[in-house]
Design a binder for this molecule. Structure first.
Ligand code: HEC
Ligand code: HEC
Length: 368
Protein backbone atom coordinates (compact mmCIF):
# COMPACT_ATOMS: atom_id res chain seq x y z
CA UNK A 1 0.00 0.00 0.00
CA UNK A 2 1.40 3.42 -0.81
CA UNK A 3 2.06 5.84 2.01
CA UNK A 4 -0.74 8.21 1.09
CA UNK A 5 -3.35 5.46 1.12
CA UNK A 6 -2.08 4.09 4.38
CA UNK A 7 -2.21 7.48 6.07
CA UNK A 8 -5.70 8.01 4.72
CA UNK A 9 -6.84 4.65 6.00
CA UNK A 10 -5.27 5.15 9.43
CA UNK A 11 -7.03 8.48 9.76
CA UNK A 12 -10.28 6.83 8.76
CA UNK A 13 -9.96 3.84 11.07
CA UNK A 14 -8.91 5.95 14.04
CA UNK A 15 -11.96 8.15 13.50
CA UNK A 16 -14.32 5.18 13.29
CA UNK A 17 -12.75 3.54 16.34
CA UNK A 18 -13.39 6.70 18.31
CA UNK A 19 -17.04 6.70 17.24
CA UNK A 20 -17.37 2.99 18.00
CA UNK A 21 -16.02 3.30 21.49
CA UNK A 22 -18.78 5.77 22.26
CA UNK A 23 -21.57 3.62 20.84
CA UNK A 24 -20.43 0.23 22.11
CA UNK A 25 -22.23 -1.26 25.09
CA UNK A 26 -20.01 -1.90 28.08
CA UNK A 27 -20.08 -5.69 27.98
CA UNK A 28 -18.18 -5.79 24.66
CA UNK A 29 -15.33 -3.91 26.23
CA UNK A 30 -14.87 -6.83 28.62
CA UNK A 31 -12.31 -9.42 27.66
CA UNK A 32 -13.37 -12.68 25.90
CA UNK A 33 -16.68 -11.26 24.55
CA UNK A 34 -16.59 -11.16 20.75
CA UNK A 35 -16.94 -7.58 19.52
CA UNK A 36 -17.57 -6.06 16.09
CA UNK A 37 -15.53 -7.37 13.18
CA UNK A 38 -12.39 -5.25 12.97
CA UNK A 39 -11.93 -3.51 9.61
CA UNK A 40 -8.92 -4.47 7.49
CA UNK A 41 -6.52 -1.94 5.98
CA UNK A 42 -6.85 -1.76 2.22
CA UNK A 43 -5.44 0.15 -0.70
CA UNK A 44 -8.35 2.21 -2.14
CA UNK A 45 -7.16 2.30 -5.79
CA UNK A 46 -6.52 -1.44 -5.83
CA UNK A 47 -9.87 -2.21 -4.14
CA UNK A 48 -11.71 0.06 -6.61
CA UNK A 49 -10.21 -1.93 -9.48
CA UNK A 50 -11.08 -5.19 -7.74
CA UNK A 51 -14.66 -4.01 -7.37
CA UNK A 52 -15.07 -3.38 -11.09
CA UNK A 53 -13.52 -6.78 -11.89
CA UNK A 54 -15.83 -8.51 -9.39
CA UNK A 55 -18.91 -7.23 -11.24
CA UNK A 56 -17.53 -7.77 -14.76
CA UNK A 57 -18.90 -10.78 -16.70
CA UNK A 58 -16.01 -10.48 -19.18
CA UNK A 59 -14.00 -12.44 -16.61
CA UNK A 60 -15.86 -15.61 -17.59
CA UNK A 61 -15.21 -17.62 -20.75
CA UNK A 62 -18.53 -16.82 -22.43
CA UNK A 63 -18.97 -13.38 -20.74
CA UNK A 64 -22.17 -14.55 -19.01
CA UNK A 65 -20.99 -14.83 -15.38
CA UNK A 66 -19.31 -12.40 -13.03
CA UNK A 67 -18.30 -13.16 -9.46
CA UNK A 68 -21.42 -11.22 -8.49
CA UNK A 69 -23.72 -13.55 -10.47
CA UNK A 70 -23.27 -16.05 -7.64
CA UNK A 71 -22.12 -13.70 -4.88
CA UNK A 72 -24.96 -11.13 -5.00
CA UNK A 73 -24.63 -8.10 -2.68
CA UNK A 74 -28.35 -7.95 -1.78
CA UNK A 75 -28.20 -11.58 -0.61
CA UNK A 76 -25.14 -11.16 1.61
CA UNK A 77 -22.95 -12.10 -1.38
CA UNK A 78 -24.69 -15.47 -1.83
CA UNK A 79 -27.28 -16.45 -4.47
CA UNK A 80 -30.28 -17.50 -2.35
CA UNK A 81 -30.32 -21.03 -3.79
CA UNK A 82 -29.68 -24.31 -2.01
CA UNK A 83 -27.05 -25.29 -4.57
CA UNK A 84 -24.99 -22.98 -6.75
CA UNK A 85 -25.17 -22.50 -10.49
CA UNK A 86 -21.98 -22.89 -12.51
CA UNK A 87 -20.57 -22.18 -15.96
CA UNK A 88 -23.01 -22.99 -18.81
CA UNK A 89 -23.60 -26.74 -19.05
CA UNK A 90 -22.61 -27.37 -15.41
CA UNK A 91 -24.29 -26.96 -12.05
CA UNK A 92 -22.49 -26.96 -8.70
CA UNK A 93 -22.96 -29.33 -5.75
CA UNK A 94 -22.34 -26.79 -2.97
CA UNK A 95 -24.12 -23.79 -1.46
CA UNK A 96 -22.61 -20.36 -2.20
CA UNK A 97 -20.92 -19.03 0.98
CA UNK A 98 -21.05 -15.34 1.95
CA UNK A 99 -18.00 -13.26 1.06
CA UNK A 100 -18.60 -10.80 3.90
CA UNK A 101 -15.62 -11.08 6.28
CA UNK A 102 -14.18 -13.86 4.08
CA UNK A 103 -10.88 -11.94 3.81
CA UNK A 104 -10.40 -12.91 7.47
CA UNK A 105 -10.74 -16.66 6.97
CA UNK A 106 -7.89 -19.07 7.58
CA UNK A 107 -9.12 -21.57 4.93
CA UNK A 108 -11.58 -21.24 2.06
CA UNK A 109 -14.36 -23.30 0.49
CA UNK A 110 -16.66 -25.53 2.53
CA UNK A 111 -14.00 -28.25 2.67
CA UNK A 112 -11.15 -25.81 3.42
CA UNK A 113 -9.25 -27.12 0.41
CA UNK A 114 -7.55 -23.76 -0.19
CA UNK A 115 -5.58 -22.82 2.89
CA UNK A 116 -3.13 -20.34 1.39
CA UNK A 117 -4.67 -17.01 0.35
CA UNK A 118 -7.43 -15.22 -1.59
CA UNK A 119 -5.14 -14.82 -4.57
CA UNK A 120 -5.39 -18.61 -5.04
CA UNK A 121 -9.14 -18.62 -4.38
CA UNK A 122 -9.55 -15.93 -7.05
CA UNK A 123 -7.53 -17.93 -9.58
CA UNK A 124 -9.57 -21.05 -8.91
CA UNK A 125 -12.87 -19.13 -9.15
CA UNK A 126 -11.93 -17.65 -12.52
CA UNK A 127 -10.38 -20.66 -14.23
CA UNK A 128 -12.32 -23.74 -13.09
CA UNK A 129 -14.94 -25.16 -15.46
CA UNK A 130 -17.50 -25.37 -12.64
CA UNK A 131 -17.07 -21.67 -11.95
CA UNK A 132 -16.18 -19.13 -14.67
CA UNK A 133 -14.17 -21.32 -17.06
CA UNK A 134 -11.85 -18.56 -18.18
CA UNK A 135 -8.39 -18.83 -19.70
CA UNK A 136 -6.24 -16.31 -17.85
CA UNK A 137 -4.33 -15.39 -21.03
CA UNK A 138 -7.54 -14.55 -22.85
CA UNK A 139 -8.76 -12.59 -19.83
CA UNK A 140 -5.60 -10.49 -19.85
CA UNK A 141 -6.01 -9.64 -23.55
CA UNK A 142 -9.68 -8.75 -23.04
CA UNK A 143 -8.82 -6.37 -20.22
CA UNK A 144 -6.10 -4.66 -22.23
CA UNK A 145 -8.72 -3.73 -24.84
CA UNK A 146 -10.69 -1.66 -22.32
CA UNK A 147 -9.23 1.84 -21.79
CA UNK A 148 -10.90 2.11 -18.37
CA UNK A 149 -8.96 -0.94 -17.16
CA UNK A 150 -5.73 0.33 -18.70
CA UNK A 151 -6.15 3.46 -16.60
CA UNK A 152 -7.28 1.70 -13.41
CA UNK A 153 -4.46 -0.88 -13.45
CA UNK A 154 -1.93 1.93 -13.84
CA UNK A 155 -3.56 3.99 -11.08
CA UNK A 156 -3.39 0.97 -8.76
CA UNK A 157 0.34 0.68 -9.43
CA UNK A 158 0.00 -2.59 -11.35
CA UNK A 159 1.28 -1.44 -14.75
CA UNK A 160 -0.72 -2.82 -17.68
CA UNK A 161 -3.67 -5.19 -17.16
CA UNK A 162 -2.38 -8.64 -16.23
CA UNK A 163 -3.74 -11.82 -14.71
CA UNK A 164 -1.45 -11.36 -11.69
CA UNK A 165 -2.94 -7.90 -11.21
CA UNK A 166 -6.50 -9.29 -11.26
CA UNK A 167 -5.51 -11.78 -8.57
CA UNK A 168 -4.22 -8.92 -6.40
CA UNK A 169 -7.10 -6.51 -7.00
CA UNK A 170 -10.10 -8.77 -6.32
CA UNK A 171 -8.79 -9.90 -2.89
CA UNK A 172 -8.23 -6.23 -2.04
CA UNK A 173 -11.90 -5.53 -2.80
CA UNK A 174 -12.92 -8.52 -0.65
CA UNK A 175 -11.12 -6.84 2.27
CA UNK A 176 -13.70 -4.02 2.11
CA UNK A 177 -16.59 -6.45 2.74
CA UNK A 178 -16.69 -6.30 6.54
CA UNK A 179 -19.84 -6.63 8.68
CA UNK A 180 -21.17 -3.47 10.28
CA UNK A 181 -24.24 -2.32 12.16
CA UNK A 182 -25.38 -5.65 13.68
CA UNK A 183 -27.60 -5.16 16.78
CA UNK A 184 -25.17 -7.48 18.60
CA UNK A 185 -22.45 -4.84 18.13
CA UNK A 186 -24.51 -1.66 18.45
CA UNK A 187 -26.16 -2.56 21.74
CA UNK A 188 -29.63 -2.81 20.15
CA UNK A 189 -30.37 -6.46 20.88
CA UNK A 190 -33.92 -7.38 21.85
CA UNK A 191 -34.47 -9.12 25.19
CA UNK A 192 -35.12 -12.38 23.26
CA UNK A 193 -31.79 -12.02 21.45
CA UNK A 194 -30.00 -11.43 24.75
CA UNK A 195 -31.63 -14.52 26.26
CA UNK A 196 -30.69 -16.43 23.10
CA UNK A 197 -27.06 -15.44 23.56
CA UNK A 198 -27.11 -16.93 27.05
CA UNK A 199 -28.50 -20.18 25.60
CA UNK A 200 -25.90 -20.09 22.79
CA UNK A 201 -23.07 -20.04 25.29
CA UNK A 202 -24.67 -22.44 27.77
CA UNK A 203 -25.16 -25.05 25.01
CA UNK A 204 -21.55 -24.76 23.81
CA UNK A 205 -22.35 -23.38 20.35
CA UNK A 206 -19.38 -21.06 20.87
CA UNK A 207 -16.93 -23.95 21.12
CA UNK A 208 -16.95 -23.98 17.29
CA UNK A 209 -18.64 -20.65 16.48
CA UNK A 210 -16.08 -18.49 18.32
CA UNK A 211 -14.44 -15.08 17.91
CA UNK A 212 -15.71 -11.93 16.17
CA UNK A 213 -16.91 -13.89 13.10
CA UNK A 214 -18.31 -16.77 15.18
CA UNK A 215 -16.19 -19.44 13.53
CA UNK A 216 -13.00 -21.32 14.40
CA UNK A 217 -12.29 -21.78 10.65
CA UNK A 218 -11.89 -25.54 11.27
CA UNK A 219 -13.79 -28.53 9.85
CA UNK A 220 -16.25 -30.47 12.00
CA UNK A 221 -18.84 -33.11 11.24
CA UNK A 222 -22.31 -32.21 12.51
CA UNK A 223 -24.14 -34.82 10.43
CA UNK A 224 -25.91 -32.61 7.89
CA UNK A 225 -27.95 -34.95 5.66
CA UNK A 226 -27.03 -35.30 1.98
CA UNK A 227 -28.89 -33.21 -0.59
CA UNK A 228 -30.38 -35.81 -2.98
CA UNK A 229 -30.51 -33.15 -5.76
CA UNK A 230 -26.76 -33.58 -6.20
CA UNK A 231 -27.06 -37.23 -7.13
CA UNK A 232 -30.27 -36.96 -9.18
CA UNK A 233 -29.19 -34.00 -11.35
CA UNK A 234 -26.60 -35.12 -13.93
CA UNK A 235 -25.16 -31.56 -14.33
CA UNK A 236 -24.42 -31.48 -10.59
CA UNK A 237 -23.23 -35.06 -10.29
CA UNK A 238 -20.78 -34.62 -13.15
CA UNK A 239 -19.28 -31.53 -11.48
CA UNK A 240 -18.84 -33.62 -8.34
CA UNK A 241 -17.24 -36.49 -10.26
CA UNK A 242 -14.89 -34.18 -12.18
CA UNK A 243 -13.72 -32.34 -9.08
CA UNK A 244 -13.32 -35.50 -6.97
CA UNK A 245 -11.38 -37.26 -9.71
CA UNK A 246 -9.07 -34.27 -10.00
CA UNK A 247 -8.60 -34.09 -6.22
CA UNK A 248 -7.83 -37.79 -5.93
CA UNK A 249 -10.89 -39.24 -4.18
CA UNK A 250 -10.86 -43.05 -4.29
CA UNK A 251 -13.87 -44.67 -5.97
CA UNK A 252 -15.23 -41.26 -7.06
CA UNK A 253 -17.70 -42.78 -9.57
CA UNK A 254 -19.63 -44.62 -6.86
CA UNK A 255 -19.50 -42.17 -3.99
CA UNK A 256 -22.87 -40.63 -3.03
CA UNK A 257 -21.68 -38.52 -0.11
CA UNK A 258 -19.79 -35.23 -0.08
CA UNK A 259 -16.43 -36.12 1.56
CA UNK A 260 -15.83 -32.52 2.77
CA UNK A 261 -12.52 -31.99 4.55
CA UNK A 262 -11.39 -35.56 3.75
CA UNK A 263 -10.39 -34.34 0.30
CA UNK A 264 -7.62 -32.32 1.88
CA UNK A 265 -6.47 -34.68 4.63
CA UNK A 266 -7.29 -38.20 3.37
CA UNK A 267 -7.80 -39.10 7.06
CA UNK A 268 -10.98 -41.22 7.42
CA UNK A 269 -12.13 -39.42 10.58
CA UNK A 270 -12.41 -36.14 8.62
CA UNK A 271 -14.90 -37.59 6.12
CA UNK A 272 -18.03 -35.42 6.05
CA UNK A 273 -16.43 -32.57 8.01
CA UNK A 274 -17.09 -29.02 6.80
CA UNK A 275 -15.47 -25.74 7.78
CA UNK A 276 -17.53 -23.96 10.47
CA UNK A 277 -19.39 -21.14 8.70
CA UNK A 278 -19.53 -17.63 10.11
CA UNK A 279 -22.78 -16.79 11.94
CA UNK A 280 -22.68 -13.19 10.76
CA UNK A 281 -25.16 -11.96 8.11
CA UNK A 282 -27.34 -15.10 8.33
CA UNK A 283 -30.59 -13.19 7.70
CA UNK A 284 -29.27 -12.40 4.20
CA UNK A 285 -27.77 -15.80 3.33
CA UNK A 286 -30.48 -18.53 3.51
CA UNK A 287 -30.60 -21.42 2.78
CA UNK A 288 -27.97 -22.90 5.09
CA UNK A 289 -25.23 -25.56 5.32
CA UNK A 290 -22.69 -26.66 2.68
CA UNK A 291 -25.48 -28.19 0.60
CA UNK A 292 -28.33 -25.77 1.36
CA UNK A 293 -30.54 -28.42 2.95
CA UNK A 294 -31.86 -26.15 5.73
CA UNK A 295 -34.18 -23.37 4.64
CA UNK A 296 -34.56 -21.31 7.80
CA UNK A 297 -32.70 -20.56 11.01
CA UNK A 298 -35.56 -22.26 12.88
CA UNK A 299 -34.77 -25.44 10.88
CA UNK A 300 -31.09 -25.17 11.84
CA UNK A 301 -31.87 -24.68 15.53
CA UNK A 302 -34.36 -27.59 15.48
CA UNK A 303 -31.62 -29.74 13.93
CA UNK A 304 -29.19 -28.88 16.74
CA UNK A 305 -31.95 -29.43 19.32
CA UNK A 306 -32.16 -33.04 18.09
CA UNK A 307 -28.40 -33.39 18.65
CA UNK A 308 -27.45 -32.84 14.99
CA UNK A 309 -27.63 -35.51 12.29
CA UNK A 310 -26.60 -39.12 11.98
CA UNK A 311 -23.00 -39.77 11.06
CA UNK A 312 -20.33 -42.11 12.43
CA UNK A 313 -17.89 -39.17 12.41
CA UNK A 314 -20.24 -36.75 14.16
CA UNK A 315 -18.54 -34.45 16.69
CA UNK A 316 -19.20 -35.77 20.23
CA UNK A 317 -20.11 -32.25 21.39
CA UNK A 318 -23.42 -32.50 19.54
CA UNK A 319 -26.05 -33.85 21.95
CA UNK A 320 -29.82 -33.32 22.13
CA UNK A 321 -30.31 -29.92 23.77
CA UNK A 322 -33.80 -30.26 25.25
CA UNK A 323 -34.78 -26.68 24.32
CA UNK A 324 -38.46 -25.69 24.42
CA UNK A 325 -40.05 -24.03 21.36
CA UNK A 326 -39.76 -20.74 23.17
CA UNK A 327 -36.04 -21.17 23.89
CA UNK A 328 -35.43 -22.19 20.29
CA UNK A 329 -37.09 -18.95 19.15
CA UNK A 330 -34.78 -16.98 21.42
CA UNK A 331 -31.75 -18.71 19.97
CA UNK A 332 -32.98 -17.75 16.50
CA UNK A 333 -33.45 -14.13 17.68
CA UNK A 334 -29.83 -14.13 18.85
CA UNK A 335 -28.59 -15.48 15.50
CA UNK A 336 -30.59 -12.76 13.72
CA UNK A 337 -28.97 -10.08 15.88
CA UNK A 338 -25.61 -10.91 14.24
CA UNK A 339 -26.78 -9.56 10.87
CA UNK A 340 -25.98 -5.97 10.01
CA UNK A 341 -26.42 -3.41 7.25
CA UNK A 342 -26.52 -4.88 3.73
CA UNK A 343 -23.36 -3.97 1.79
CA UNK A 344 -25.26 -2.69 -1.24
CA UNK A 345 -24.14 0.95 -1.51
CA UNK A 346 -21.93 2.33 -4.31
CA UNK A 347 -18.79 1.75 -2.21
CA UNK A 348 -19.43 -2.01 -2.59
CA UNK A 349 -21.36 -2.32 -5.86
CA UNK A 350 -20.73 -1.39 -9.50
CA UNK A 351 -24.18 -1.10 -11.10
CA UNK A 352 -23.11 -0.71 -14.70
CA UNK A 353 -19.91 -1.38 -16.57
CA UNK A 354 -19.38 0.80 -19.61
CA UNK A 355 -18.09 -1.36 -22.46
CA UNK A 356 -18.68 1.23 -25.13
CA UNK A 357 -15.14 1.51 -26.49
CA UNK A 358 -13.70 0.88 -29.92
CA UNK A 359 -11.80 -2.40 -30.29
CA UNK A 360 -8.10 -1.83 -30.93
CA UNK A 361 -7.48 -2.37 -34.63
CA UNK A 362 -4.74 -4.67 -35.74
CA UNK A 363 -4.54 -6.20 -32.24
CA UNK A 364 -1.85 -8.70 -33.15
CA UNK A 365 0.55 -5.95 -34.11
CA UNK A 366 -0.43 -3.42 -31.46
CA UNK A 367 2.25 -2.77 -28.86
CA UNK A 368 0.88 -2.91 -25.30
C1 HEC B 1 -20.99 -20.05 -10.57
C2 HEC B 1 -21.07 -19.48 -9.25
C3 HEC B 1 -19.85 -18.79 -8.70
C4 HEC B 1 -19.08 -17.82 -9.30
C5 HEC B 1 -19.23 -17.23 -10.68
C6 HEC B 1 -18.08 -17.45 -8.33
N1 HEC B 1 -18.25 -18.17 -7.18
FE1 HEC B 1 -17.17 -17.96 -5.47
N2 HEC B 1 -18.06 -19.61 -4.73
C7 HEC B 1 -19.08 -20.33 -5.33
C8 HEC B 1 -19.31 -21.55 -4.60
C9 HEC B 1 -20.35 -22.61 -4.93
C10 HEC B 1 -18.38 -21.58 -3.55
C11 HEC B 1 -18.17 -22.72 -2.54
C12 HEC B 1 -17.38 -23.82 -3.27
C13 HEC B 1 -16.94 -24.98 -2.42
O1 HEC B 1 -17.10 -24.97 -1.20
O2 HEC B 1 -16.42 -25.95 -3.00
C14 HEC B 1 -17.63 -20.32 -3.64
C15 HEC B 1 -16.64 -19.94 -2.73
C16 HEC B 1 -15.95 -18.73 -2.80
C17 HEC B 1 -15.05 -18.24 -1.78
C18 HEC B 1 -14.72 -18.91 -0.45
C19 HEC B 1 -15.59 -18.36 0.67
C20 HEC B 1 -15.42 -19.12 1.95
O3 HEC B 1 -15.91 -18.64 2.99
O4 HEC B 1 -14.85 -20.22 1.97
C21 HEC B 1 -14.54 -17.04 -2.23
C22 HEC B 1 -13.58 -16.12 -1.51
C23 HEC B 1 -15.13 -16.80 -3.54
N3 HEC B 1 -15.99 -17.84 -3.84
C24 HEC B 1 -14.84 -15.72 -4.34
C25 HEC B 1 -15.23 -15.64 -5.67
C26 HEC B 1 -14.68 -14.69 -6.60
C27 HEC B 1 -13.62 -13.63 -6.29
C28 HEC B 1 -15.28 -14.93 -7.80
C29 HEC B 1 -15.00 -14.26 -9.13
C30 HEC B 1 -13.63 -14.31 -9.60
C31 HEC B 1 -16.23 -16.01 -7.59
N4 HEC B 1 -16.16 -16.42 -6.29
C32 HEC B 1 -17.08 -16.51 -8.57
C33 HEC B 1 -19.77 -19.95 -6.46
C34 HEC B 1 -19.30 -19.01 -7.37
C1 HEC C 1 -18.73 -29.12 16.71
C2 HEC C 1 -18.72 -27.77 16.20
C3 HEC C 1 -20.05 -27.02 16.17
C4 HEC C 1 -20.91 -26.76 17.21
C5 HEC C 1 -20.77 -27.17 18.67
C6 HEC C 1 -22.00 -25.99 16.65
N1 HEC C 1 -21.80 -25.78 15.32
FE1 HEC C 1 -23.02 -24.73 14.07
N2 HEC C 1 -21.95 -25.40 12.48
C7 HEC C 1 -20.80 -26.16 12.54
C8 HEC C 1 -20.42 -26.60 11.21
C9 HEC C 1 -19.21 -27.44 10.85
C10 HEC C 1 -21.42 -26.10 10.35
C11 HEC C 1 -21.50 -26.33 8.83
C12 HEC C 1 -21.95 -27.74 8.52
C13 HEC C 1 -22.18 -28.00 7.05
O1 HEC C 1 -22.11 -27.09 6.22
O2 HEC C 1 -22.43 -29.16 6.73
C14 HEC C 1 -22.35 -25.34 11.18
C15 HEC C 1 -23.45 -24.63 10.69
C16 HEC C 1 -24.25 -23.80 11.45
C17 HEC C 1 -25.23 -22.87 10.93
C18 HEC C 1 -25.52 -22.64 9.44
C19 HEC C 1 -24.70 -21.47 8.91
C20 HEC C 1 -24.68 -21.34 7.41
O3 HEC C 1 -24.35 -20.25 6.92
O4 HEC C 1 -24.95 -22.32 6.69
C21 HEC C 1 -25.81 -22.26 11.99
C22 HEC C 1 -26.89 -21.19 11.94
C23 HEC C 1 -25.21 -22.81 13.18
N3 HEC C 1 -24.25 -23.73 12.81
C24 HEC C 1 -25.55 -22.47 14.49
C25 HEC C 1 -25.13 -23.21 15.60
C26 HEC C 1 -25.76 -23.15 16.89
C27 HEC C 1 -26.94 -22.27 17.24
C28 HEC C 1 -25.09 -24.03 17.68
C29 HEC C 1 -25.41 -24.44 19.12
C30 HEC C 1 -26.72 -25.02 19.32
C31 HEC C 1 -24.02 -24.62 16.90
N4 HEC C 1 -24.10 -24.11 15.64
C32 HEC C 1 -23.09 -25.53 17.37
C33 HEC C 1 -20.10 -26.46 13.69
C34 HEC C 1 -20.64 -26.41 14.98
Amino acid sequence: MNTKARTWFRAFSTASLLTLSVVLPVHHAQADEPGPVEPIEFNPALAELGKRLFFDPRLSGDTELSCASCHQPDKGFTDGQALSDAYAGNLHFRNVPTLINSAKRAAWFHDGRIGTNLNDVTRESITETYSMNMDMRLMQERLKQDPVYVEMFAAAGLGEPSNGGVRKAIPEYLKTLISRGAPFDTGEMSQDAKDGYVIFKAKGCNSCHSGERFTDDKPHNIGVPENPEIWSTPERHITFVAMMKFLGLENYMNVRQDPGAYIRTHQPETYGGFITPTLRELTHTAPYMHNGTMETLADVVAFYNEGGGDDPNKDPRLKPLGLSEWEQRKLVAFLESLSGDPLTGPEFVVEEIDTDYEPIENWLEAVN
